[in-house]
Design a protein around this ligand. Structure first.
Ligand code: BG6
Length: 257
């Protein structure tokens, strides 16, 4: 705590919380672009914050990504001492990167905390036809039902173009993102610098409407490179958001545009 005060981190936390009207903000020292231990610290900070929010029965929806993987690493069985938790993937998978998929992260979170989890056996992006077929599958319906009744969500935030690249987005769709000045991405939605949705993947699973009615939303993202993306996303984020970020991103978040 003393270190945090010296670095002015508490002040940054307060400023961000006020400016974007968030439930809570935690800023850890450093820049996770540069050192992997800072990403671990984001995971640790998220883990200890979650612990304080878990009572009774919870359905926790989680997204994928390397930051979420760091959160999973840091969760401990202590979390489920006073609560009964079910982890569900917020969405399908992204490409072939199995390690950082929501399904994998979910299983890991359940494992680390002696909790239950569900698997979502569908691709992240589906065609209209596929969509109709999928949502009539009983096993998929069950998971979808759980996802939309989640009382807690843990998600990452990415830079728009970095996420488009990771998703092997077509050139024409990339052009559309550039044209619409997309800067941020979260759970399949792309946002411009004013926090307006400029593009959305046709995905099954967690939707922006679901986020608005979720009791506690943990948004975990850090690194100098993400400052602008996080700032844009926060303009749209619900007041239930608990932001876990790092010092380098926090500076970007507080920059005037
Ligand atoms: C995922 C989200 O959790 O994290 C994406 O679904 C987000 O929307 C991504 O962009 C960020 O990934 P990373 O690897 O930078 O943590």
């Amino acid at each position: 705590e003393m270190m945090k005060e010296l670095a002015g981190l508490n002040e940054m936390e307060m400023k961000i919380q006020k400016r974007f009207q968030l439930q809570q903000v935690v800023v850890v020292p450093g820049n996770s672009d540069e050192s992997s231990w800072v990403k671990k610290e984001l995971g640790r900070a998220c883990s200890s914050s979650i612990k304080k929010h878990l009572v009774g029965k919870n359905i926790i929806a989680v997204t994928g990504g390397t930051t979420m993987a760091a959160v999973a690493e840091m969760l401990t069985p202590e979390i489920s001492q006073k609560s009964e938790n079910l982890f569900v993937p917020a969405r399908g998978g992204i490409g072939n990167d199995v390690e950082n998929q929501a399904n994998t992260i979910c299983a890991k979170m359940a494992d680390q905390t002696n909790s239950q989890h569900r698997v979502f056996h569908i691709p992240d992006q589906v065609s209209q036809q596929g969509y109709k077929a999928f949502i009539n599958e009983p096993s998929i319906r069950e998971v979808l039902q759980l996802i939309s009744s989640a009382n807690i969500v843990i998600h990452g935030i990415g830079e728009a173009m970095a996420m488009a690249k990771r998703r092997n987005t077509s050139q024409s769709e990339c052009d559309k993102l550039i044209q619409n000045k997309a800067v941020a991405e979260a759970f399949g939605y792309y946002f411009n610098e004013n926090g307006e949705v400029v593009h959305k993947l046709s995905t099954i699973g967690f939707q922006l409407e679901d986020l608005m009615k979720t009791k506690d939303v943990f948004a975990v993202a850090g690194g100098f490179s993400k400052g602008k993306a996080i700032q844009a996303y926060l303009k749209r984020a619900p007041n239930s958001t608990i932001l876990i970020t790092d010092e380098a991103a926090a500076k970007g978040i507080l920059k005037e545009i």
